[in-house]
Design a protein. Sequence first.
Length: 203
Amino acid sequence: MESFTKLSGVAAPLPMINVDTDMIIPKQFLKTIKRSGLGKSLFFELRYDDDGNEHTDFVLNGHHHRDAVILVAGDNFGCGSSREHAPWALLDFGIRCVIAPSFADIFFNNCFKNGILPVVLPRGQVDKLMAEVAHVDNSTLSVDLEAQEITTADGRKIAFDVDPFRKECLLEGVDEIGLTLKEVHKVEAFETRQRAEQPWLYG
């Protein structure tokens, strides 16, 4: 997993509430178990018409916001099914941070497991950010995980909270498997001891 320390780039506004995981990545794209290649299908039904042409009025199809690395969204982002393909699609598109007033729990947890930082801010602050980044001149944000601060285009600082353990995992770029591998010497020591004390378990 790629570490997350600081992120600066274009932020796109998505002024919608209850964006579910089927809207993020529709069910027909869940056949793959690869984490790559899903970005082109992110928000598929919002981005394309029935003939596969881009909807020009969708924010991520706009000339400027199509390069977004940050998404500013409404309440209850990521609700619906628990599909991990949703954060995979966001990540493959290039989005590393989602800012919203609230998230669905499973999606929120899956973000941390895949190197995406979900930031919870009060609705008033999110609404203000969303209005600002809608304009090209104000659409750049900087997110500093170590300092737990968002810096707007005009230099305003916005503090955010994050669980210390999850923060450390993102900073180090480790998921549960990575955490386990850091303790592999303990696992090997246990197996050696168990093999000697209970050899019948090993055939």
